[in-house]
Every structure is written in structure tokens, then in C-alpha cells.
Ligand binder design. Sequence first.
Ligand SMILES: Nc1ncnc2c1ncn2[C@@H]1O[C@H](COP(=O)(O)OP(=O)(O)OP(=O)(O)O)[C@@H](O)[C@H]1O
Length: 243
Amino acid sequence: MVEVLRVAGLCKNFGVIRVADDLDFELALGECLGVIGPNGAGKSSVLNLIVGLIKPDAGSITLDGIDITELLPHRRVRLGIGRAFQIPQPFPHLSVYENLLVAATYGGGLHGAAAADWAMDVLCRTSLAGKADRIAGALPLIDRKRLEFAKALASKPRLILLDEIAAGLTEPEVERLIEVIAGVKADHAMIWIEHIPHALRAVADRILVLNFGRKVLDGPPGEVMESRTVKEIYMGLTADDVA
Ligand SMILES: Nc1ncnc2c1ncn2[C@@H]1O[C@H](COP(=O)(O)OP(=O)(O)OP(=O)(O)O)[C@@H](O)[C@H]1O
């Protein structure tokens, strides 16, 4: 097992709101960690802590054995963290290919032919090859989501962070996105926040459940999804409902 990410004793409060409460978890190459939890549990904040958009109050984050806790976000990208957002954020006036070229160059640190080749490779891996020349801002939602994932991939990450990337898609579109994500999983470590249980079941090896910034479960998807704890806190049911 090759460890890519280690989060240890991570704490973060926004005033009285606790978004990370002594969080510990690790992630290996080829592994996908699904993250679930109620609204406001701290899921996106944990990603923000990992990418360096917010600073922890305590704890450490290690990527490939390097302590990145104090590093600025752009340094973390260069070390291999790629992120895809719920609301796609392409350069809307550039083509799909140009968007990937920018990510390969500025995120992946590639230049010239190497950047161009890698951008083409990513187009194929994400089923966007037929749309390379399309203007990003004019794409339908499923392709903007694919492009969001492709941009993260083009930055040559070791760790890919996905924040509700399947939100807003139809069921067949979710299936197509799952195929794309599952197709590149073996070469990366991934954290995927998603509210669509079957998407996580299809790809995640483990699921971490957050509540008020605290890890309440971390285990195999089936076991976690069926657990009483999840039914109580994530589905908003009471102990009587699940009895
Ligand atoms: N920069 C910030 N300053 C102050 N409060 C913040 C900040 N970022 C997040 N919060 C608060 O922290 C809490 C956790 O937010 P976060 O977005 O991490 O939750 P989440 O689990 O991702 O929720 P959701 O499922 O709704 O996206 C929320 O109450 C949010 O308002």
C-alpha cells in the first residue's frame, strides 16, 4: 500500500462552528474515500483545509510523506492535489482542449508538446475527445461536469478531490460520470463528497461519515450506508425510526 494522504489531529472552528474535530484519516494510491454527512457537517471545509484555502487551528496534513500543512494552495497543486467543484469552473470562453492545456501547464507543470499530449490523453480518458473544440461555456451540464473532472486530472494530481460533482445530473448522466471517475481511480487517491449513495457505492472503497466536524464512522461502503449511526444522523431519523 502506497500512502498518499495522511490527516492527523486536524481541528478547525469558525467561531462556535466546528468543521474539523480532531480528524484522523489516511488514503492510499488507488483508493477512493467517500465522504458523507448532514449539511454543514464540515465536508467541504475538510477539502478546503486539504487544498490550503483555510488554515487549521491544529493538526497536520501530509501528502506523499511531505508535510503540506503550512504550504500555500498553489504549492499544494504543484505537489499533486487536483480539485473538481460542484459548480463547474471552466474558462468559459476557451475550448475544452484549451481548458485542459491550461490545467496541464499551470497545474501539471508541463510545457509544449508534453502539455499538449497530456491534454489530448485526458480528453480521451474523460470521453471528451469528440468535443475538444467546443467552447466550454456552451457545453451541456454533463460535459461541463466531465470537463471539471478532466481539468483536475490534467493537473497531474496524486490526490483528486471531488465535491458533489454528480449533483444536478440525471440518473443516466450519473452513470456515465461514474464510468469516467472509476476509469482513472487506479492511478490516484481520491476523496469524493457526494449525496448520491449508489455513486459512492460504485466507486468508493471506504466511506467516512462526518458530523459536526467529527469522524463518526470510516469503513466499507455497504456497512457504513446500512449502519444505524448513518440512519440516525445522516438521514435525519431518530433512534425510534430505525429501531
Ligand atoms: N469560511 C467560513 N467562515 C465561516 N463559516 C464557514 C466558513 N466555511 C464554512 N463555514 C460554516 O461551516 C459549516 C460547515 O460548512 P461546510 O460547507 O464545510 O459543510 P458541508 O458538510 O460541506 O455542508 P453541505 O453538505 O451543505 O455542502 C457551515 O455552517 C458553514 O456555514
